[in-house]
Write a protein that binds this ligand. Structure first.
Ligand SMILES: *Cc1c(COP(=O)(O)O)cnc(C)c1O
Length: 442
């Protein structure tokens, strides 16, 4: 049928180069450049005036009372942990498939990370949360992984019934909706990265939002020395002895070059994301029913959506493709479309030695369990099935350009439908892929 795979010498599904704007992100205009130049020329990096404007605008857009900007998302999440009073011996439940900065900092508070399994959409599986709860559990860290809104109804029900804090890590899903309600407004507190690779991209920046004055003041006091004072800390007497020095011993202030970029991005963010969703949904519509590959996406008629569709991936079902390993599938797709398709997503965190043996305090005990009355590592094996949930990256279209999207979709379809060509010589290996940052993709 003239369908010979490109990896076997056939024609490529995507011939030629797409317009740069199809993938370029973030979108920066002359307006952004002028605002950035003003910060540079007038040495406005270190103040808080632009940041405070951003915080007001962001809180309003987010639909929460308070917003605090930080130098990065990691610091915003660390501050959220401090805000809820995470402390020695506490446990905090986190989905195992996420970026390290959702949960690694728990050891800085002497707390124990407990890992929860993921569901078919690679998000926290609400059915696995109760298994993770002990009398020491203080909080649940929810991540809207790859932009897919975590199933907040059951998660919040469990949290309220068991009296647990909920922190949302919205780094992959700024502006997304779950059943009509904005992500970042479910938990007691939400924190997120706005770094340059994210869908809300503003250089290196983090943001924290909450409606709770006490949590807001604690989050402020943790990392903002110049705002740890009577102007900002009005309702928390226990913090007042410590004005002017950040309680985390860290400096979390946003660089205003990034605050100004964030203000510019915020203005157009919703409309740009809407176009991304139109393009990404079209891509997956074209691939409905193709064996072995399925969308990670929501049915938008439920009022949920995938925000800016950060780090888009699909799930992989090798049993529908005669067991073809995902890394081989991706290799063949890359030959069709010129890169982009890599196996994995983040490796499940519980498999990293950081959470097994690392001894931050130099006391001869793994820090993750240093102050715990049990060994939470023993339960990690229960997350094992999630390692068998395979995925691969797909193109992240920023514009609705149907003729180009069709060619990229054709690359995936062609490999799936002609996978027999890849099986003929036998299946090479069973490595299923994933990644730690700072290494190669496979
Ligand atoms: C990027 C990311 C972070 C960390 O944010 P930085 O701005 O890079 O510090 C935290 N959690 C998740 C899920 C992320 O993807």
């Amino acid at each position: 049928m003239g369908n010979k795979l490109a990896i076997n010498g056939g024609p490529k599904a995507v011939a030629g180069n797409p317009p740069e704007s199809l993938f370029k992100w973030p979108i920066l205009t002359e307006e952004d450049e002028a605002a950035a130049l003003d910060v540079i020329r007038n040495n406005r990096f270190s103040g808080i005036d632009i940041t405070e404007q951003l915080q007001r605008e962001f809180a309003e857009w987010q639909g929460r009372k308070y917003a605090i900007a930080y130098c990065n998302g990691t610091m915003s999440l660390t501050s959220a942990m401090f805000a809820i009073g995470l402390g020695m011996g506490d446990e905090i439940i986190c989905t195992t498939k996420t970026y390290w900065a959702s949960i690694s900092q728990a050891i800085n508070f002497g707390a124990t990370a407990v890992f929860c399994n993921i569901d078919d959409m690679l998000s926290m599986d609400p059915n696995d949360i109760e298994r993770c709860i002990t009398p020491k559990t203080k909080a649940i860290m929810v991540v809207h992984y790859f932009g897919y809104p975590a199933d907040m109804d059951p998660i919040m029900e469990i949290a309220r019934r068991r009296n647990l804090y909920v922190i949302e890590d919205v780094s992959h899903a700024q502006g997304g909706l779950y059943k009509g309600k904005k992500l970042g407004t479910f938990g007691d507190i939400a924190a997120m990265s706005l770094m340059s690779g994210k869908s809300f991209a503003a250089g290196e920046l983090g943001m924290l939002v909450t409606d709770d004055r006490r949590l807001y003041e604690r989050a402020m006091a943790f990392a903002h020395y110049e705002r740890n004072n009577a102007t900002y800390i009005t309702d928390s007497p226990e913090l007042k002895d410590y004005f002017h020095i950040p309680l985390g011993g860290v400096k979390g202030r946003a660089n205003q070059l990034c605050s100004v970029l964030a203000r510019g991005q915020l203005k157009y963010y919703d409309e740009r994301c809407a176009e991304i969703r139109r393009a990404m949904n079209y891509f997956w519509d074209l691939l409905e029913g193709v064996p072995g590959i399925r969308a990670i996406r929501v049915d938008e008629s439920t009022g949920s959506n995938m925000a800016g569709w950060y780090a888009p991936h699909g799930t992989y079902h090798p049993e529908e493709l005669h067991g073809l390993p995902v890394n081989r599938f991706c290799e063949a797709v890359r030959a069709e479309i010129g890169g982009i398709c890599w196996p994995g997503g983040n490796y499940c965190l519980h498999t990293h030695k950081f959470f097994q043996t690392f001894d931050l305090y130099n006391i001869g005990k793994p820090s993750r369990i240093a102050f715990s009355d049990r060994d939470a590592r023993a339960d990690d094996a229960l997350c094992r099935p999630s390692e068998e949930k395979y995925c691969y990256s797909i193109p992240w279209f920023k514009h609705y350009m149907p003729e180009w999207i069709e060619r990229y979709a054709e690359g995936f379809r062609k490999v799936a439908e002609n996978h027999g060509e890849l099986i003929e010589g036998g299946i090479d290996g069973s490595k299923q892929g994933g990644r730690w940052y700072g290494t190669t993709n496979e």
